[in-house]
Design a binder for this molecule. Structure first.
Ligand code: IPE
Ligand code: IPE
Ligand code: MG
Length: 256
C-alpha cells in the first residue's frame, strides 16, 4: 500500500477521481477510562493499554506512507482530573519517550511536540526537547504529540507573540493575515490535518486544533482507544477517501 499512497498536497491532476489518501491524520485518542471500566479494571490500566495503541498507530501510519500523524495525548483541561491519574499520565509520556525514542529515531520518525511547555516540570521540558532534537533531521513520518495542548491556549499564545512583534515594530498590523496566524501557532510548518479520527463514541472536538481543522474530514468511531488497531486505521482512511472535499468550491469529482 505505501507506494499507492499519494500525498494529499500533490493530487494527481490527470486522474481527479482517484482517491487521495490523507497527508496528515490527527487522532483524539479517547476512551481509555471506559475501556478499563468495562473490564472491571482501574482507569490507569486503560491508559497503559492505550500506549500500545499509540505504538500500533505510529507503525501503521509510518508503513502506509502517511506524512504526519498527530496524537492528542493530554489536553490543557486534563489537569482537572484526580492528581494520581494526572501523575500516571505524565509518567506514561516520560516512559514512552525514554523507551521508544531510539526506536522511533531508527524508524526515521521525526518527533514534534505541540502544547504549552512553560508550566511543565523542567525535566519533562528537557525530555520533550531531546526527542525533537534527536529526530529533527529525520525524513519519514512526522509524529506530532499534542501534550498539555489546548487550541484556545495555542491561539492566545500566538496572538501574544504577534502583539509582541507589533509592539517591537517588526510587524505592521496591516500585514497580519491567516498565514501570520498559522506561522505563530505550535503547528507552524505542519500542514492542516486532512482527517481527524476520534475514538470512544464522543462526537466533539474538545479544544483540539480549532484553527487547523477548518476543512478537516472527521471520522468518529465507537471503539475505545485501547482497541484501535490497523484495521480501524485503514477503514478510517478508506472512509476519508470516499469523501468529496470541496473547500467552499465545487466538487473536483463531479464538477457540481
Ligand atoms: C483518553 O481516555 C486519555 C486522555 C484523555 C488523557 P480518557 O481517560 O478520556 O477515557 P474516558 O473518556 O474517560 O473513557
Ligand atoms: C480529549 O479527551 C483529550 C485527549 C484525548 C487527550 P477528553 O476525554 O479529555 O475529552 P472530554 O472531556 O470528553 O471532552
Ligand atoms: Mg475521555
Amino acid at each position: 500500500m505505501p507506494e499507492a499512497i499519494q500525498s494529499a498536497a500533490t493530487p494527481d491532476v490527470g486522474t481527479p477521481s482517484r482517491p487521495v489518501p490523507p497527508r496528515h491524520v490527527a487522532i483524539i485518542m479517547d476512551g481509555n477510562g471506559r475501556w478499563a471500566k468495562e473490564r472491571g479494571l482501574p482507569r490507569r490500566e486503560g491508559h497503559r493499554r492505550g500506549v500500545e495503541a499509540v505504538r500500533r498507530s505510529v507503525r501503521c501510519a509510518s508503513e502506509r506512507g502517511i506524512g504526519f500523524l498527530t496524537l492528542f495525548s493530554f489536553s490543557s483541561e486534563n489537569w482537572s482530573r484526580p492528581p494520581d491519574e494526572v501523575a500516571y499520565l505524565l509518567s506514561l509520556l516520560r516512559l514512552f519517550i525514554r523507551k521508544d525514542l531510539i526506536e522511533l529515531h531508527q524508524a526515521n520518525v521525526k518527533v514534534r511536540i505541540i502544547g504549552e511547555r512553560d508550566s511543565l516540570q523542567p525535566d519533562l521540558v528537557r525530555l520533550l526537547a531531546e526527542a525533537e532534537t534527536m529526530t529533527a533531521a529525520n525524513t519519514g513520518l512526522t509524529l506530532v504529540i499534542a501534550f498539555n495542548y489546548g487550541a484556545r491556549n495555542e491561539i492566545a499564545r500566538a496572538a501574544r507573540r504577534i502583539a509582541e512583534a507589533v509592539a517591537a515594530g517588526t510587524l505592521a498590523p496591516a500585514e497580519i493575515d491567516e498565514t501570520t496566524i498559522s506561522a505563530h501557532l505550535d503547528t507552524a510548518g505542519i500542514p492542516d490535518p486532512d482527517l481527524v479520527i476520534r475514538t470512544s463514541g464522543e462526537q466533539r472536538i474538545s479544544n483540539f486544533l480549532l484553527w487547523q481543522c477548518a476543512y478537516s474530514e472527521f471520522v468518529f468511531l465507537p471503539a475505545r482507544w485501547p482497541d484501535f488497531d490497523e484495521l480501524a486505521f485503514d477503514r478510517a482512511v478508506a472512509d476519508f477517501c470516499e469523501r468529496d472535499r470541496r473547500f467552499g468550491g465545487l466538487s473536483a469529482r463531479t464538477g457540481a
